[in-house]
Design a protein around this ligand. Sequence first.
Ligand SMILES: NC(=O)c1ccc[n+]([C@@H]2O[C@H](COP(=O)([O-])OP(=O)(O)OC[C@H]3O[C@@H](n4cnc5c(N)ncnc54)[C@H](O)[C@@H]3O)[C@@H](O)[C@H]2O)c1
Length: 361
Amino acid sequence: MEITVNLGPRSYPIVLDRGIAAALPIRLKNNFPKSKFGLVTNTTLAKLYGDLIGQWERDLGCTIHCMPDGERYKKLETWGAIFDTFLPAKFERSSVIIALGGGVVGDVAGFAAATLMRGIACVQVPTTLLAMVDSSVGGKTAVDHAAGKNLIGAFHQPRLVWIDTAFLDTLPPREYGAGCAELLKYGFIGGPDHFDFIAANGQSILDGKPAVLLEGLRRGIAVKAGVVERDEHETRGERALLNFGHTFAHALEKYFGFEALLHGEAVWWGMRCACELGRRLGTIPGHSVARYEALMEFFPRPPLPSVPPAGELIRAMQFDKKVASGTPAFVIPAAPGSAIVKNDVPLNLVEEAMNAVLSST
Ligand SMILES: NC(=O)c1ccc[n+]([C@@H]2O[C@H](COP(=O)([O-])OP(=O)(O)OC[C@H]3O[C@@H](n4cnc5c(N)ncnc54)[C@H](O)[C@@H]3O)[C@@H](O)[C@H]2O)c1
């Protein structure tokens, strides 16, 4: 199946199916007949998918750059090393970078594509559930800085996203669970029908049943594509809806360190806090909050290393790059499947909501 992100001259297809990885070179040779190709992946994927990478290397004649694995390597040095491989290989404006990996590889390789020769084509081939449903689509690319996550980056839309759900067969269960949180998020912002779909198919999604998973991904990606089409550069407010639970999640990631708590795990807790905040602010009736909670609890509850002090999390929120004039914005449920952004939430209510949720770990 194919979904188009409609952005005028920057429009691109997202091709989604099980078992399509080997067919990527044919598509690329059709789309970019005269281009040089470079593949960026990481050490874990290079071991797991050596045969596939070898096939792409032969079919496309591509130069391979393998980066170390982990969020801690999502930094400027790792980004710079990509140029050390591709520039001596005589990359030019027409060259194409293929990003094979999860959100970390996608963000770093995407940022390299955004900046090499002032911007070359990028093809995203996501291999984690989180990257399939979220990070490979939408054009946000970045590396982290000691001052915070994703602080150095660019908007650079891919030219093609190629999603083969068979990659998920080798994904560790913890990473799969973290991706489920982002899949759930799209159920929470994507309208009542999508909410009901996730509610009705939770077990099949957890079990990775191919057809249901493809349909869940298709729905989630379609929601993201629509939001990106309406607010590509996050200037109109709507793209902020994608941050459901993320104000809390970023503070949790900062408090625990980015590898003790995975991004998707932090999002799971962030969404629980957002629901509790919604209950306390009255943006959503209590019986509806209960539906969200039941759905989230159906998925594995990610363990927190300890109970984080709410006051420290609030301090961490002030440093989030999305904080306008010191007031964090919160995306809060409004009804099953829809959410609103609020910029004027009293911080004592935020603290109470976090205490209620996080002390129950
Ligand atoms: N650009 C965006 O819009 C956006 C959106 C959400 C998240 N992100 C970013 O995404 C990153 C998180 O991405 P992630 O959750 O994919 O983490 P990740 O890229 O670190 O991947 C998680 C782990 O799974 C391994 N892995 C990947 N695919 C595998 C496979 N098929 N089989 C076995 N192992 C595999 C990786 O090597 C890694 O160890 C964060 O840096 C976050 O900031 C970006």
